[in-house]
Write a new protein. Structure first.
Length: 336
C-alpha cells in the first residue's frame, strides 16, 4: 500500500495543480471566454446544463489529439502489447478490431470506419469509461475531437461539423445545436488482448501512427484507481461505497442498472432476466501501475442477452461508482 501511495504522489501534485487552475477557470467559465478560446461555431445559447459544471481539464481544444486516420496491423505483427493488457474489442460485419488502452489513454478518441460503419471509439481515463458510438447522425457523418473540458470528471467531446459539445459517458449533446440529442452506442467488450485474439484470430489491432511522441504502454495516471477520491470532481459522492470502486453499467429492459465489479467477481456470473453478466480473470487495470502490462488483475466482463438464436453481446460500460452516481444520483448501485 505504501508503494501505491508513493507512486501516486507525483500525480497528486500534478493533478492538484490542475485542480487549482480548473477551479479558477470555472469561475470565469462562460461562452465569452470559450469563444476567445476558438469556439466560434458552437451555439452557446442552447444548453441543457449549468455552465458552472464545466471545468477545464488543462489541455486546450484538441490538446489531447484524436486519432483520425487510424493505422492497424494483423495480430501476428503486434509487438509491445501483453496478452493481459486491456483493449476495446469491436466487431461489425465480420471486421474485428482491437483498440489498446495503452494508445487510447493518450488520445481518448479514435474516428474510424469498421465493417462499413463510421464509429468513434472513446475512452475517458478519469472515468475508466470505454464507449463506442455510431458516427452516423441525422443524415451526417460526424467527426469527434476533445474539447479539453470535463463535466463530473468525464470527457466532453465535440463534433467538428457543428462544434456541439457531447457528454462521453451518456452520449448526449449538452451544448450547441445537438443539445438533448443522443448518439447510438455500439456493443463492444473491454477485454484482454488474449481474449480478443481467441475470439478474432484474423482481427486487426490499432497501432501508433508514425511520428507519435507518446510513451505507449506507460500509464500517466499511476495509482489513480486506488486513490481514495477522484480528481477534478467536486460533486456528491455515493454513499456506502468506495467512490473509486468499479461498477458495471448497463440497461436491462430499458432501465439503467449498476453492479459493483467486486460483487460480480465474487459470484462469477449474475443473471437479470434475459441478461447475463459474467467475470473472468486475466485483464490488467490501465490505471494502476506505471506500466499498464503490470497493472493488477481486474478481470474481464461479458454482458449478453439470451435470445432464441443464442447469446448476443449488449452495450455495457465499466466505470467508477462516483461517475455513475454523478450522472444518475437516484439510481442505486447493486453491491450485495
Amino acid at each position: 500500500m505504501r508503494a501505491v501511495k508513493h507512486a501516486f504522489r507525483p500525480l497528486i501534485v500534478v493533478l492538484g495543480f490542475i485542480c487549482l487552475i480548473a477551479g479558477s477557470l470555472s469561475l470565469s467559465a462562460n461562452p465569452a471566454l470559450w469563444r476567445n478560446q476558438g469556439w466560434t461555431k458552437t451555439d452557446f445559447n442552447i444548453t441543457s446544463i449549468d455552465y458552472k459544471e464545466i471545468l477545464s481539464g488543462g489541455p486546450p481544444k484538441d490538446g489531447i489529439p484524436s486519432i483520425d486516420n487510424p493505422k492497424f496491423l494483423p495480430i501476428k505483427d503486434i509487438k509491445g502489447l501483453a496478452d493481459t493488457e486491456p483493449v476495446i474489442g469491436l466487431e461489425i460485419n465480420g471486421d474485428a478490431r482491437a483498440y489498446p488502452l495503452q494508445i487510447l489513454i493518450w488520445h481518448e478518441i479514435v474516428n474510424d470506419v469498421v465493417g462499413g460503419m463510421p464509429v468513434t471509439v472513446t475512452y475517458c481515463p478519469l472515468c475508466n469509461s470505454a464507449i463506442v458510438f455510431d458516427r452516423r447522425f441525422e443524415g451526417k457523418v460526424l467527426d469527434f475531437g476533445t474539447t479539453g473540458k470535463l463535466r463530473n470528471s468525464d470527457l466532453v467531446m465535440y463534433d467538428r461539423q457543428t462544434e456541439s459539445w457531447w457528454q462521453q459517458f451518456t452520449g448526449t449533446g449538452i451544448v450547441g445545436e445537438y443539445t438533448g440529442k443522443e448518439l447510438k452506442s455500439i456493443p463492444v467488450r473491454l477485454e484482454s488482448f488474449a481474449n480478443f485474439k481467441a475470439r478474432h484470430g484474423n482481427g486487426k489491432v490499432l497501432v501508433p501512427n508514425a511520428g507519435s511522441m507518446r510513451t505507449y504502454g506507460r500509464n500517466p495516471y499511476t495509482g489513480y484507481d486506488t486513490a481514495s477520491t477522484p480528481f477534478l470532481y467536486s460533486g456528491e459522492m455515493p454513499k456506502d461505497i468506495n467512490p473509486m470502486a468499479r461498477v458495471v453499467v448497463l440497461k436491462i429492459d430499458g432501465k439503467l442498472q449498476a453492479v459493483t465489479l467486486d460483487l460480480l467477481r465474487k459470484k462469477g456470473k449474475m443473471t437479470f432476466g434475459a441478461v447475463e453478466l459474467s467475470w473472468q480473470k486475466g485483464q490488467n487495470s490501465a490505471l494502476d501501475t506505471s506500466q499498464i502490462a503490470k497493472g493488477r488483475d481486474v478481470g474481464n466482463v461479458i454482458a449478453q442477452r439470451k435470445t432464441a438464436s443464442g447469446k448476443q453481446d449488449i452495450v455495457y460500460d465499466i466505470t467508477f461508482a462516483f461517475v455513475f452516481h454523478a450522472f444518475h444520483p437516484k439510481q442505486p448501485i447493486i453491491n450485495g
